[in-house]
Design a protein around this ligand. Structure first.
Ligand SMILES: Cc1cc2nc3c(=O)[nH]c(=O)nc-3n(C[C@H](O)[C@H](O)[C@H](O)COP(=O)(O)OP(=O)(O)OC[C@H]3O[C@@H](n4cnc5c(N)ncnc54)[C@H](O)[C@@H]3O)c2cc1C
Length: 201
């Protein structure tokens, strides 16, 4: 772990993205890091880095889950309020089934995120497949849920400054960082094959 105020550590370039993620290129020049800051043994850095993904992938999933839940709450609020065809938009059955699909996506994501956290914290050991499934499902589902919320809001949904518009931008990088969705699928597929080979013919 390199402390933010360590001498020799510098922010080379701050990168503006579509969402307000603190995104930058950092540089290390003659940077002194005390031995006590080491997380593993020398030469094991890659292994340590990979094992942190078991924690960070479900964390990204949990963040996406929060964005998806907010989008669902915003959509419910909007359809109860917006008057259309002589009553609230919420009375349209196609709107009710849209909300149902959104809730299904949110709850399925929650269960996979909670499972990954349980495997890591309670059962113990690696949680590679569960972490990848949680990240993949939660980020992809939140993207679909937020997109549906923008649709429910109509023109207001794409206006700068509305909550759903901000969510639409905030969710997008999450399908790329901490391993893109394609990479999560590869991790899951390889782990399924490994487990099957270990179980024998
Ligand atoms: C907001 C943000 C924060 C980030 N934070 C960090 C950070 O803290 N630390 C860090 O190290 N990196 C960070 N990254 C970098 C991030 O991990 C990479 O952007 C990501 O892994 C994709 O790599 P790349 O950008 O080089 O794209 P490329 O490697 O060019 O990949 C482009 C696309 O190809 C597809 N792809 C990739 N591999 C495969 C495959 N095997 N099969 C099929 N398709 C594939 C994916 O759709 C991928 O998005 C961050 C990125 C963003 C946007």
């Amino acid at each position: 772990v390199v402390d933010a105020d360590a001498s020799g550590l510098s922010v080379e370039e701050r990168i503006a993205a579509i969402a307000p993620h603190p995104f930058a290129t950092i540089g290390f020049r003659d940077c002194f890091v005390p031995a006590g800051n080491m997380l593993g043994r020398p030469g094991e850095g890659f292994k340590v880095a990979m094992s942190t993904l078991d924690i960070f992938r479900p964390s990204v999933g949990a963040a996406a889950l929060g964005l998806g839940r907010r989008a669902l709450a915003e959509a419910i609020g909007r359809v109860r309020e917006r008057q259309m065809f002589g009553g609230p938009m919420a009375q349209l059955q196609t709107v009710q089934t849209k909300l149902a699909d959104m809730a299904l996506e949110v709850d399925a994501s929650a269960l996979l995120v909670y499972r990954a956290a349980w495997v890591r914290d309670v059962r113990g050991g690696r949680a590679t497949r569960e972490a990848a499934m949680a990240k993949l499902q939660a980020t992809e589902a939140a993207n679909r849920v937020i997109d549906a919320a923008v649709q429910v809001f109509g023109g207001l949904g794409v206006r700068r400054g509305t909550v759903v518009e901000a969510l639409y931008r905030e969710i997008r990088p999450m399908r790329i960082y901490e391993g893109a969705s394609e990479v999560q699928r590869l991790v899951i597929g390889r782990d399924l094959l490994r487990a099957s080979a270990e179980a024998g013919p």
